[in-house]
Design a protein around this ligand. Structure first.
Ligand code: FAD
Length: 371
């Protein structure tokens, strides 16, 4: 029987990136995906690759990962729709403009260029925003990607290096010698990476990952309706608040001309049904910023579950006291962005290499901060 250097549970963007990084380092890899590559939360996300400054650790991982995406650009297929469209963080009033200034200083201290837009330059940049908004912060280096294709690309690249990818089989148990499948088969591996997204705690019960439901709406094609990813400054309050339900204005221009509209967050919502009350709150919030959005035709609405942790940072690294077991899960609303950095950190730890950024803040063994 083959003993793989690494078995990866989950073929979402994170598992796919791990397969790519580990196979690139010359390890023999087996990915086990219960459903389809990129079909879990990855398929449900927005694909905004964004540097976020909520904490030093979040900044370091998003920035590092963004640089890795930029290195990948020339290799991604065109249908991965990678575009450096930039993000504009939108301020509604003078209080939020002070936050724009603080944010710009923080980005600048970390080497990320950004520009403050006043009311009129914001309107010039995005004519469909309503009049009277105070301004915003333009971060030109942020981008968007069509993440299911990116996940498939990473998996295919790993396969070309010899990786095995088993689709349609569920892992029911992991240990330091490999993974057990639901059909009784055991796959031997020297290292196991739990990249099962919002289901990661089922296999590693110590992890505190919970599902955080989100809705997205996509419209028909309206080229140039929006030109940048547009996010209200209050987004972080929604993303990192602990309230059961929240919404924030978040609009993404797709290269097809479609407009992708988010976002909502709900704890404790376990079914994937569309919740029309929160959907209405979400679209109403968007219309406050972009009134003409209400004239566009929506073609589809869907939901997905972000894998959330108590301190808003993913679990990346070795499970304490469990030799050979690693976790790469719990990326909440940033897993597309941070997948590539995550995979490098996992490969570094397995291979005993130094990492470009400190791995310590993401260690699954960290003391989780209770808010
Ligand atoms: C509405 C919404 C908007 C988002 N927008 C963005 C964004 O703009 N930018 C961004 O960076 N992130 C965004 N995200 C977050 C991002 O989509 C996730 O963080 C990311 O997809 C997580 O990837 P993953 O590989 O960890 O999980 P998944 O994609 O869920 O992959 C895990 C895989 O593991 C498989 N699996 C689970 N259990 C088992 C098992 N026992 N055996 C075998 N296989 C198993 C599943 O089938 C699944 O395919 C958004 C998420 C949502 C819901």
């Amino acid at each position: 029987m083959t003993t793989f250097d690494a078995a990866i549970v989950g073929g979402g963007i994170v598992g796919a990136a791990c397969a790519d990084s580990l196979s690139a380092a010359g390890l023999s890899v087996c990915v086990i995906e219960a459903s389809g590559v990129g079909s879990g939360t990855t398929a449900a996300g927005m694909g905004h690759i964004v540097v976020m400054d909520d904490s030093e650790a979040q900044f370091a991982l998003t920035r590092y990962s963004q640089q890795l995406w930029h290195e990948l650009v020339t290799e991604l297929p065109t249908n991965a729709e990678f575009e450096i469209c930039g993000t504009i963080w939108i301020a509604t009033d003078s209080v939020e403009m002070s936050e724009v200034k603080r944010k710009q200083e923080s980005y600048s201290e970390h080497g990320v260029e950004s520009e403050i837009l006043d009311e009129s330059s914001l309107r010039t940049a995005e004519p469909n925003l309503r009049e009277g908004l105070a301004g915003g912060l333009l971060v030109r280096s942020d981008s968007v990607v069509y993440q299911p294709v990116a996940a498939r690309f990473l998996i295919d690249r790993a396969k070309r290096r010899g990786a095995d990818v088993i689709v349609g089989k569920r892992v029911i148990e992991i240990n330091g010698t490999g993974v057990k499948l639901a059909d009784g088969e055991f796959i031997e591996a020297k290292n196991v990476v739990n990249a099962a997204g919002s289901a990661a705690s089922d296999l590693s019960p110590g992890l505190k990952i919970v599902k955080r439901k989100g809705h997205l709406v996509i419209t028909e094609r309206y080229p140039n309706f929006a030109r940048h990813q547009l996010v209200e400054l209050g987004y972080l309050k929604s993303a990192h608040g602990k309230s059961a339900d929240s919404v924030a204005f978040n609009v993404q221009p797709r290269s097809t001309g479609q407009v992708l509209l988010g976002s909502s967050r709900q704890f404790g919502a376990e079914d994937g049904e569309i919740d029309y009350a929160i959907l209405r709150r979400m679209t109403s919030r968007a219309f406050e910023y972009m009134p003409l959005l209400r004239k566009l035709s929506a073609v589809r609405v869907w939901t997905g579950f972000r894998p959330a942790t108590p301190d808003n940072l993913p679990y990346i690294g070795k499970m304490p006291a469990q030799d050979g077991i690693y976790v790469a899960a719990g990326h909440e609303g940033l897993g597309i962005t941070t997948s590539l950095g995550t995979a490098r950190l996992i490969a570094d730890e397995i291979l005993g290499r130094d990492s470009a950024i400190s791995r310590e803040p993401y260690s699954p063994g960290r003391d989780l901060i209770e808010h």
